[in-house]
Design a binder for this molecule. Structure first.
Ligand SMILES: [Zn+2]
Length: 76
């Protein structure tokens, strides 16, 4: 009798521990990733993350090719 009680208690502790772990890990994954500012390419209109965008004065570009093309159209 005593052994079964210990086993049941151990199982309960294990289940509760697993529940707590799954809840905490779900909370961690539910938090959104760092909100990345998206900037619009002035040439083609595609949105690129800020760290990948190529700035020029007050506009941004998705690639150096589009920056060159835009500069050809709009001048410096
Ligand atoms: Zn572009």
């Amino acid at each position: 009798m005593g052994l079964i009680r210990v086993l049941v208690l151990a199982l309960l502790i294990y289940v509760v521990w697993r529940l707590i772990k799954s809840v905490t890990s779900r909370q961690r994954s539910a938090t959104p990733p760092d909100t990345q500012r998206m900037l619009r390419c002035a040439h083609c209109g595609v949105h690129v993350p800020e760290h990948l965008a190529l700035p020029h004065k007050d506009v941004h570009f998705c690639s150096s090719a589009h920056r060159e093309a835009w500069l050809e159209q709009h001048g410096d």
